[in-house]
Structure formats: structure tokens, C-alpha cells
Design a protein around this ligand. Sequence first.
Ligand SMILES: [Zn+2]
Length: 377
Amino acid sequence: MINRREFIKKAGMGAATIPLMGLARCGTANKEQNNRIVGGRVIDSHIHLTPGKVKKVLQIMDDNSIRYAVIIASIMGTDFGDKAFYEIMDAIKPYKNRLGLHYTFDWKLAETDPEFFNKAPDMLERAVKAGAIGLKNLKQLGLVARDIEGKLIAIDDPRLFPIWERAEKLGIPVAFHTGDPVAFFEPWDPKNERWEELKLHPEWSFSDHSKYPPLKILFEQANNLYKKFTKVQFVSVHVAGYSENLKEVSKWMDEIPNLSIDTAARIGELGKHPAKEGNDFFNKYQDRIMFGTDMAYWENCDVQGAGPCKDFTNEETRNFYNVHWRYFQTSDIQFDHPTPIQGNWKIDGIGLKEQALKKIYWDNAYRFYKLDRFGVA
Ligand SMILES: [Zn+2]
């Protein structure tokens, strides 16, 4: 475990300056950043990117020791699916050793195209041949995606099985975003713990149970699917959608050996648990957890995990990443989490050891996405 003093020593600065670190020259900043990250290099396994932001992202990655980033979904503004996938793919093609992209279905097609279910596996195969490193399913599945008769499509709907079979044949991992924070399924009012966030995104409230299935049903459907397709490697993003309940996620991880998770936009929730519980969880599943942030680089503005879409300074971005290192690497208590809009509380660091940190920052994503084939280093 790295204690606070060692962390500060490695970072080469006083405690008070950690969250404020900002250096004028990029090269120096990078060296400082390297010093503070155990292992000195990281894969961010969950970002979003539109084609116009490729150069900017590479610069931010360099500045924060992120050697490789996984663009978790093919989303471009309001476009999902093929259009977004092929445009983003084109833009990142020269940077195969820095950026990878998931293919994403536009579930609206299930509602409008009677042939969608038959076409979908070939659509996936075409995308993989064009360079997709995985398939990502957006949270719409199970929650709002409907078939041509207007019925909700369950995550474990047999009409989708040929897609997962094709993923298995192609040897690609499949990512799911299932559910959302528990508070989004609770009444939309000022008493809601995530009221600030829901005010900004009222469309994220799924509290109307006449329209949306309860969270529990979504988790059941997803777990059914993972258990049925045992040869597919699944990653359930955002701590399997249930960072509020690590005991339950542990149960799923124990029952489903082909299930991994990422940490994207959930440090706030994770850091709320007693540090010992977080430390035990990350240690136990250190081979199946991937570091991710949910940094989103949209066309006109960026989002850091959650919150406002705006232009962030390099210093703000460094601070955002630094809070992540602080959570994983130190035993500091009661500091601000990286996504303040998610709620007004403080978090405690979990002080992981070097072996677990290296796996979570690097080894697991490297193995999961077979990054040796792109010369990622
Ligand atoms: Zn995301």
C-alpha cells in the first residue's frame, strides 16, 4: 500500500498542491505525471470521441500518461451505429497503437427495419473487418429500445442471440452499459441524491415504472445473457452499473467468470464505500477490472466523466486524472471526487498495492483487447 507521504514524495510536491498541479511545459508535466502513476503508463478503457477531436485527445493522453484509449461506443452527436462508426474509424486509422473503437448498434433500427435482427450479425462482422475491437451495447437495450411491434427488447431476447454468437466467432469482447445510477430510478425530485445531475439531464430519469423496467430486471437480463454465452468475454461498464452495491457486484463476478467491469465515471460512488470494502473488492477482482474515466470529447465541448460540457484547461484535465490516481493509490480520506455533479460528498482512497494497480491500469485491458497486435506499449 502506498501511503499519503509516499504518494506525495513520488509526486514530488506538497500535499496541498496535488489537486492544483499545473505545469506550463508539457514535457515537464508529463514527467511529473509519470512519477505519480504507479507503473507510469495507463490504458483508459472508456472514453468517447468525435472525429474532430483526435489530435486534442492524443495531446491530452500524452499529458496524462495514457498510452492507449478505448473509444467505448460509436456515437457522434445524435448518430449511433454505422455512420458514427465508420466516420470515427476513418479518423483514428493512423493511430492504431493509441486508439481503439467499439462498434455500436443503433437500436432504433430494431423498431423501423423489419430485417434488423437478421442483418445485425453481418453488420457487426463488417465493422470488425473494418477495425472494431469490440461491440458496445448502449443502455437503451432493455430500457427503451423497442421492436417493430413497439415492445421493449429485453437484453436476453433470443432474437439477439445470433449477434452474441457472431461476436464469439469473431473473438471480440462485448461491452454492456446496463442500468444507470440507482438514483436515476428513484423519484425525480430535490430529495434525489443526484438532483443536480438529473436537473441537467431530465432524460436520465427512469423513475416512471409505467414506462421503464426496474433496475433489478435489467441486471437479471444481462446476467442471464453473460451466463448463457460463456465463451464471450463481457465487460459491464460503470462497475456493472451497480457501484452503489459492491456486495451484489461481487456476487455476479463470482458467478460469472467471463465478466469484467470498468470504473468509468464511478469513482465518486466507489469512494463512498468504506476504504476497506473498496480495497478488498479491487484486490479480489484485480484481474477483471479495467481503469476507465468516461472522458467524452464531443464536437463542441468535452465532458469529464459526468457534468457540464465545456472546454477544460490542461490543468483541469490533469486534476481530473490525478484524483483517480489519488483514489486508487493513496489512503487519503475525505477528498473531492472527480465528478462533483454526481453529488455532494467526499471520498476515501483505497491504497492499492503495485501489483493490483498495474493490472487495473494496464494489463487487464491490454489482454482483453489483445493490444499486442497493434504494438501498444
Ligand atoms: Zn461512456
